[in-house]
Design a binder for this molecule. Structure first.
Ligand SMILES: Nc1nc2c(c(=O)[nH]1)N[C@H]1C(S)=C(S)[C@@H](COP(=O)(O)O)O[C@H]1N2
Ligand SMILES: [Mo]
Length: 436
């Protein structure tokens, strides 16, 4: 039987057991079963062989009770989102709901680490402080940001650092994202670089630290829900923005309104919501979510399941990995008998890099077919792609998609470079269809 991975609440939660069998975490298997008549499609997708080198697997840990995707009910949000945790509130977007060129707010994933702050009444009066290694510390209201700096709008992917985590074996701790911890919205704001320059960066300004208004999950006012930071070079990129609007609307509260950072290409944990302070630093930031195994990946690959502490041979995650999804047809789609041609749509993105190619296979990777790529609007936009699958007969087929970046690096067939908190997992996306 298909086993489900238990949704996890928080990224730093300690995981006791590996819940997986061969079928559990392979790409696409978790959400495959759309109805009992299609259950067989779900079973077949777990078919890739499992390597027997994982210590956790060798311990023979008992599987957790199966638990299917939870329905999602939140004001303004599509009920088709998948709840991954309710404290803190985390929900992902099934690949088939990422079928719009611009992800509507109603379908955009949600990731919180702490409590959701009280709604903010006067958005224009919200204040942002710029402090630390600057000549003149600034306190700017949203109204002042809008009037003093030149607004920019870019369509850019925001992607959780843990996106794809559920494909790791054994399961890594944290929210069990499939590919839906990502979305691509139109963000409007001002360049972080313009604001930092207005504060006057000192020679010692090498890193940032970001702070938001959301209380820690525990309610402890001395702790931050999350507070991450980055090298100053990333902060000074022209697409790193301080944002107040999303898809032309005031930034919704759940997405960090009135003000958030959008730092494209890198883990979205850098894109602080309810942003109220940026600390410019001479040394790497040491806030909540920095250090250890948080947003850090091995530089020397470790045996899956190893209990590493992240101190030696780990590095902070920078660019997100390459990823392609099939957004149509949805996984588990049943097509009329004698259907021989299936229209395909999807998206691909590559962190700091560029998508060069998207291919689909419908014979388990024996032959690959090039898809047609639309032109992205700007850097960090995703690439929408279209094409066709030509199916030779009725029956069960898997559609596999893989992207290749401009360096010639393609997505792996299975999640690689396992790490305790499960960052950087980008195996190719697979969708099952049944003809007839
Ligand atoms: N203040 C604050 N900012 C935050 C977070 C948070 O918990 N608090 N979560 C981060 C993480 S881990 C992600 S993936 C993105 C999610 O943004 P979204 O909820 O708008 O999709 O916000 C980031 N910014
Ligand atoms: Mo995240």
């Amino acid at each position: 039987m298909l086993k489900e991975v238990q949704p996890r609440d928080a990224a730093d939660e300690t995981r006791a057991t590996s819940t997986t069998d061969a079928a559990a975490t392979l790409n696409g298997s978790r959400r495959l079963v759309l109805g009992s008549s299609l259950a067989a499609l779900g079973l077949a997708l777990g078919g890739l062989p499992r390597l027997a080198v994982s210590p956790a697997a060798a311990q023979g840990a008992a599987p957790a009770a199966p638990k299917g995707p939870q329905p999602f009910d939140y004001p303004g949000k599509d009920k088709g989102l998948t709840l991954l945790g309710d404290r803190p509130l985390v929900a992902e977007t099934p690949e088939s709901l990422l079928d719009d060129d611009t992800t509507p707010i109603s379908k955009f994933f949600i990731r919180n680490n702490g409590q959701i702050p009280e709604p903010i009444k006067d958005a224009e009066a919200w204040q942002l402080k710029i402090e630390g290694e600057v000549d003149k510390p600034l306190t700017l209201t949203v109204a002042e940001l809008k009037s003093r700096f030149t607004p920019q709008t870019f369509r850019m992917v925001l992607e959780c650092g843990g996106n794809g985590r559920s494909f790791y074996q054994p399961a890594a701790r944290g929210n069990q994202w499939t590919n839906g911890g990502a979305g691509c919205a139109e963000w409007t704001g001002v360049r972080l670089a313009d604001v930092l320059k207005a504060a006057g960066l000192k020679d010692t300004a090498k890193f940032t630290g970001h702070f938001g208004a959301d209380p820690h999950l525990s309610g402890d006012t001395t702790r931050d829900a999350i507070s991450r930071g980055m090298p100053i070079e990333k902060a000074l990129e022209p697409h790193s923005l301080i944002v107040w609007a999303m898809n032309g609307e005031p930034l919704p509260h759940i997405h960090g309104g009135p003000l958030r950072l959008v730092v494209p290409g890198w883990p979205a944990s850098l894109s602080s919501k309810w942003l109220n302070r940026i600390l410019v630093r001479a040394t790497p930031h040491d806030g909540q979510g920095m250090g250890g195994t948080s947003y850090r990946i091995p530089t020397v690959p470790i045996v899956p399941g190893t209990n590493a502490d992240g101190k030696a041979n780990f590095t902070d995650m920078t660019s997100m990995p390459l990823r392609a999804i099939i957004s149509s047809p949805a996984n588990g789609t049943r097509l009329p008998a004698a259907t021989r041609e299936v229209a395909l749509r999807g998206a691909a993105w590559a962190g700091d890099h560029e998508v060069a190619r998207v291919e689909v296979s419908f014979d388990a990777g024996q032959r690959w077919h090039a898809m047609t790529l639309a032109k992205p609007k700007n850097r960090y936009d995703w690439v929408r792609w279209t094409g066709k699958a030509a199916l030779p007969s009725d029956g069960y087929f898997e559609l596999w998609v893989r992207a290749t970046d401009s360096r010639g690096v393609a997505q792996p067939h299975v999640a690689t470079n396992w790490n305790p908190q499960g960052y950087g997992s980008n195996p190719l996306h697979r969708v099952a269809v049944l003809v007839g």
